[in-house]
Design a protein around this ligand. Structure first.
Ligand code: GAL
Length: 414
């Protein structure tokens, strides 16, 4: 383990003395292609370059990362894995079980990650006791974003219950404004669904349904109510929603075409990249209800040959959890740092709300992993739920039928 740190140091000093050898290299697969996302990943690219690294970018467009994960599978199957991959949640352990992940414990130990990461985040980064991924942030899922002027001119306050949300949406519809900016892609449907489920069902319900896959909870009357609210929300999206990318939905809120978007706080990265100011141009609030749904982005290193690539992996891992990167990256990304020792002075009010709510939820036992963003379940089970959510949202299926289908779909995926 010490060997690779030594190798990194040796490579760095050779580069420093200007000898003609290759420096750290990394081909990085990620799905950060929107305005805010691209600005954020550029922070890592430039820190990597400043430290002598050569970055080969492998962006795979597609919010939520489904397309990126398909590309990853193809690369690994052909025996040509990328050096570093944006990967998170139980998918990290799934890839580890395939025997294709590199052990980055030497970097984690040298950098003291165990002392600066909350235990819950560190847990996601470990594979049978070794460190197998490096966390960049904490995104919150259960947010509502709103156009401040639209709300003001229609005399609407940020909703604090789903009934208030529905009343506001009815009023906006009557005024000719699209209440909910939404992109009809399965992962976006799932994002809205899990925020509604947390709000209506509460944290205990959420945990039973989407972490423990408890059949009684999946089949419950509460689940019927959640699908009812999804049907109501379907009535608040415009007729062009099918296939729309999430950042285009955010743009609809920015330009006042729509009032609200229910989306993780990468949407804030989009507002910020466009020069919009929170509290002034746009508003943020947690979706109605208790709890906090977290989504931690991270990078895993894949087994590759070559000292230059291995040095690139060590350097990347070190930079990713570095204090400066965690600050600058997250200021752009809309998330908050994964490290506990990064001062939040330069962060905006939405980030402060996120940090405060995360700590409170942690203490109250209502800090929960996002199922829609691959933090709670393995791919097959998460997919089984999302298939039903999307099928319901895009048809006139009744809530009772959706619940029955949900229970069957999950049961078949186990
Ligand atoms: C999430 C990811 C975020 C953001 C979003 C939209 O799954 O965690 O960082 O990129 O997808 O692409």
């Amino acid at each position: 383990m010490k060997k690779s740190v030594f190798a990194t140091a040796a490579v760095a000093s050779i580069v420093a003395s200007n000898m003609a050898v290759a420096g750290p290299e990394a081909e990085v697969l990620h799905w950060w292609t929107s305005g805010g996302e691209a600005k954020s990943v550029a922070v890592l690219q430039s820190e990597f370059a400043d430290n002598g690294g050569t970055w080969t970018d492998m962006p795979v467009a597609g919010g939520g990362g489904d397309a990126a994960m398909t590309a990853l599978r193809a690369r690994v199957l052909s025996g040509n894995a990328p050096t570093a991959v944006q990967l998170k949640g139980p998918a990290i352990q799934e890839w580890y079980e395939e025997g294709v992940l590199a052990d980055i414990s030497s970097v984690a130990e040298a950098e003291g990650w165990a002392d600066v990461l909350p235990a819950s985040i560190a847990g996601h980064m470990k594979c049978e006791g070794t460190w197998c991924a490096a966390p960049v942030n904490v995104h919150r899922i259960d947010w509502i974003w709103a156009n401040a002027d639209v709300l003001k001119s229609n005399d609407i306050a940020m909703p604090t219950t789903w009934a208030e949300f529905n009343a506001a949406a009815d009023k906006l519809m009557a005024a000719g404004i699209i209440p909910l900016a939404h992109g009809g892609q399965a992962w976006q449907d799932a994002t809205v669904f899990e925020a509604v489920a947390l709000g209506i069902g509460g944290p205990e319900f959420f945990k039973k349904a989407f972490v423990e896959l408890d059949m009684d909870t999946l089949k419950s009357d509460t689940m019927v109510e959640i699908f009812d609210q999804m049907r109501t929300l379907r009535g608040y999206v415009d007729s062009n929603f099918a296939g729309r990318d999430w950042n285009l939905a955010t743009a609809m809120v920015m330009n006042g075409e729509a009032a609200f978007q229910i989306m993780g706080d990468w949407a804030k990265g989009e507002f910020i990249a466009a020069g919009k100011v929170p509290g002034q141009d746009f508003l943020c609030a947690s979706t109605p209800g208790e709890g906090y749904l977290y989504n931690v982005d991270s990078f895993a290193m894949f087994n590759v040959d070559g000292d230059d690539k291995k040095a690139g992996q060590d350097l990347l891992a070190k930079l990713i959890v570095g204090q400066n990167f965690q600050k600058v990256f997250n200021l752009n990304k809309g998330s908050i740092p994964a490290r506990v020792d990064v001062a939040l002075d330069e962060f905006d009010s939405c980030a402060h709300t996120s940090a405060k709510d995360m700590n409170a939820s942690n203490e109250a036992g209502s800090l929960l992993p996002s199922y829609a963003h691959g933090m709670a379940l393995r791919g097959a089970q998460a997919g089984a739920i999302t298939d039903v959510v999307t099928a319901h949202f895009n048809s006139d299926m009744s809530s009772a039928d959706a619940v029955e289908m949900l229970a069957n779909s999950v049961a078949n995926s186990l």
